[in-house]
Design a protein around this ligand. Sequence first.
Ligand code: S0N
Length: 295
Amino acid sequence: KTRDGFHLIPNHPITYDIDLTQKQGFKDITLRISTSDRCARIAFNRPNVLHAFRPNTINEFRKALEIATDDVLVSVILFASELVEDRTPSFCAGGDQVVRSSGGGYDDGTEDVPRLRVLDLQVQMRRCPKPIIAVVRGYAIGGGHILHMMCDLTIAGDDAVFGQTGPRMGSFDAGYGSVHMARLVGQKKAREMWFTCNFYNADDAVKMGLINAAYPKEELEGEVARWVRRISYNSPTAIACTKAALNADEDGQAGIALMGGHLTRLFYMSEEGREGRQSYLERRAPEFHKLPSSR
Ligand code: S0N
C-alpha cells in the first residue's frame, strides 16, 4: 500500500469472497463481491452466443445492479463477462437475435409482452450513484457496445472489438446509443460508427475517446484492480455528485431531479435540516435564525 492508501502493485487482481450467483438463482449472469476491494462484479454468462442478451439476461442484470447499488460494502461496480476456454472472448454481442420478436421487442417466454428491457437497464445505470466500469474482452457489439458506453469508464483488453451493427441487421438505438455516443466520440465519428457499421480495435477506441484505457489481455485483471482501488479510496459522495452532474448535462429534468435528490440527502444531515424536523416533532416554531446562515 502507498501512503495515500491504494495499491499500485501491478498484477494483483481482485479476489471475490462472496458469490451470489446461485443464491439469487441467476442463469445468464454471475454476481460476485470482493469485500476487501469494495467491489461488485456482474458478468454476462452466455458464452455460446458471445454473451448476447435475452430479456432474462437483462432482468437478472437489473436485479444484480440493484443488489450492488444497495450494498454499503460496495464502492465500485464492474460489468464484465465470463471467459470460457475454447470460446471466443466477448463482452456482449448485443440483443439475442434468436429471440428478437416481430412483436416490438425481445421475447424469450419469460414475460407476457415482448420488451426492450435493455433501455430500462441503461436508465438504471445512469441513476446508480456508484461508478460502473465496463471490463471488455473481445466483442462489444450492438446493444453490448451501447452498454459499455453507458458505463462510467471502460477498460479493455487488447483483443477488444467495438462497433454497432444495427443498420445492417434492422435495429437502431435513437436514445443514449446515438446521443451519448456523439458526446463521447464527436458527431462525425458517431455518424461513421452507425452509418458504416465498421468495427474498431482497442487502440482506435482509446484514440477516439470511446474507452479510457487498453492493456495486454494478460494484464487486464491486474490493471482493473488498480483502477478499482484508486477509485474506491476516494469519497463516494463526491463521486456520486460528480457522476450526477456529468449526467445531468444530457439527462434534462430527470438528471436535475437526481442531483436535487443528492442535495436533499445531504441537507437532511445538516443542522438546518435537523432543526426543521425537530421543531415539527416538538410542536414549536423552527429556530433557523439561531443557526449560522449558510447563504
Ligand atoms: C460479433 C460477431 C461479429 C462475431 O463473429 P464471429 O467471431 O464470426 O462469431 P460467430 O460465429 O458469428 O458467433 C458465435 C456464436 O454466437 C452467436 N451469436 C453471436 N451474436 C449473436 C446475437 N446477437 N444473437 C444471437 N446469437 C449470436 C452466433 O450465432 C454463433 O452461434 P453458433 O456457434 O451456434 O453458430 C458476430 O457474431 C455478429 O455479428 N453477431 C451479431 C451482432 C449483432 O448484430 N447484435 C445485435 C445488434 N442489435 C442489438 O443489440 C439491439 C439491442 C436492443 O435490444 C436495443 C433495442 C432498442 C434500442 C436499443 C437497443 C440497443 O442496441 O441497446
